[in-house]
Design a protein around this ligand. Structure first.
Ligand code: C5P
Length: 231
């Protein structure tokens, strides 16, 4: 099942405590976002890659796209203040297609098996998002005092990719923009239209490189994958 991927890559390095876009930080020999691009370049079902980048970072990002031969990159949109604005900028540029996959460029360890299941479900029912089951006990607190222990059974940690039929995500993005609604993921935009969104169970390695400790975990994942390849 073919799809187009939109990669928001216009964030900062604030929580990473980096003085530049964290996606440009290297894990061993390559910038983080190059690992993400390579997953989609390798996936035969991915037809096109669109990136949202900061205007001033575009030349550098383009240089890496050329250097690592990511030929599926079809265009760059100018990212916005919020992640949702960056995704919207890409959605405004991409030609109509069947399924659009939105994926944080900061999640370099996504595997193509999960992508395949997401795309299939989105093609069937309209919307599917990646998530993992909550492992820890979750509690609510007010002023530092526990008010509730939340039943874990139905709780999910939501990730990207999030896959949608093109027409549905376009409608949801337009409706959100007209209402001035800001969500923390694309699923929220679709949920507010009353459209069901299916969760596809992903894996814990699909971590978002957010804080400095994630880089340690990221290197450990790469190391173990390299060892597996050598066996
Ligand atoms: O900041 P965070 O890691 O949650 O951002 C998730 C993804 O969205 C990252 O790949 C980041 O580059 C991107 N982003 C963006 N535009 C923004 C903020 C974040 O493209 N304004």
């Amino acid at each position: 099942m073919k799809y187009t991927v939109v990669l928001p890559a216009a964030g900062s390095g604030k929580r990473m405590k980096a003085d530049k876009n964290k996606l440009l930080l290297e894990l061993f020999d390559k910038p983080i976002f190059v690992y993400t691009l390579e997953v989609f370049q390798r996936d035969p079902d991915c037809e096109a890659i669109w990136l949202a980048v900061k205007e001033e970072e575009r030349p550098l990002m383009e240089k890496f796209v050329k250097e690592y031969d990511i030929a599926k990159v079809k265009g760059f949109a100018v990212g916005g203040t919020e992640r949702q604005d960056s995704v919207r900028a890409c959605l405004d540029m991409i030609p109509p297609c069947d399924v659009v996959l939105v994926h944080d460029a900061a999640r370099p360890f996504i595997d193509s098996e999960v992508i395949g299941r997401l795309v299939k479900e989105a093609a069937d029912s309209g919307a599917a998002i990646a998530g993992v089951r909550v492992k820890d006990t979750i509690k609510k607190a007010e002023s530092g005092i526990i008010t509730e222990t939340v039943e874990r059974e139905n709780l999910w940690v939501i990730q990207t990719p999030q896959a949608f039929k093109y027409s549905l995500i376009k409608e949801a993005a337009t409706a959100a923009s007209e209402a001035g609604f800001l969500g923390t993921d694309e699923s929220m935009l679709v949920e507010r239209l009353g459209h069901p969104v299916k969760i596809i169970e992903s894996n814990y390695e699909n971590v978002k490189m957010t804080t400095p400790d994630d880089l340690i975990y990221g290197k450990a994942i790469l190391e173990s994958r390299r060892q597996e390849e050598q066996q």
